[in-house]
Design a protein around this ligand. Structure first.
Ligand code: HEM
Length: 159
């Protein structure tokens, strides 16, 4: 019974993560084609406001998932292989996002600021270059790929 509650808490974390991070996923894909500065700023603010919930839900899903996987094992590390690999994939995606998404979107936010003279920090060309960067595509491949692999392991439990 307690195990079922751990799985419940784990899935609350998963649902929360997908709802919260779905905002950044949509914003990340939409920004590539956006050129209106006010809309870019509004989209960046919207995505940024969900990051706290991304981390809260990531913490809940990881803690409850690990607790459910470890359970009452005599040796805590002797739990099955697929939850360990899933945790590794989740960590890999998180580190890749922090290393690539965070600096990229911070730079974009900075470039959306105005100079004291009232001239934008980035010219139209510079802005277009940043928005056309391959980074959001790389993030989408890593993010969707990781989610697919984790879901495959959760459902099929291959090892
Ligand atoms: C296993 C799946 C994923 C994990 C664990 C994950 C995790 C993270 C983390 C930890 C951040 C860093 C937030 C920060 O501190 O600034 C982030 C940001 C971001 N991720 Fe993901 N992510 C995943 C999937 C995806 C997917 C599929 C996309 C799709 C395009 C995506 C797009 C983004 C974007 C655009 C940001 C920047 C948000 C912002 O700064 O406004 N992520 N992600």
């Amino acid at each position: 019974m307690f195990y079922s509650w751990l799985v419940f808490a784990h899935l609350v974390g998963v649902f929360g993560f997908l709802i919260a991070h779905g905002v950044s996923v949509s914003v990340g894909l939409k920004l590539r084609k956006e050129r209106d500065r006010d809309r870019i700023t509004a989209l960046l603010q919207l995505s940024g406001a969900t990051v706290i919930w991304l981390y809260v839900s990531l913490g809940v899903l990881t803690a409850a998932g690990l607790w459910a996987a470890i359970g009452p094992q005599p040796k805590w590390w002797s739990f099955k292989k697929w939850p360990k690999v899933s945790l590794g994939v989740l960590l890999f995606a998180s580190v890749a996002m922090i290393a690539m998404a965070r600096p990229y979107y911070r730079r974009l936010k900075e470039k959306m600021q105005m100079r004291a003279s009232g001239v934008p920090m980035a010219s139209e060309e510079e802005l277009a270059d940043i928005l056309q960067s391959p980074i959001p595509v790389v993030l989408a491949v890593i993010g969707f790929g990781s989610l697919g692999v984790i879901l495959w392991m959760m459902v099929l439990k291959p090892f």
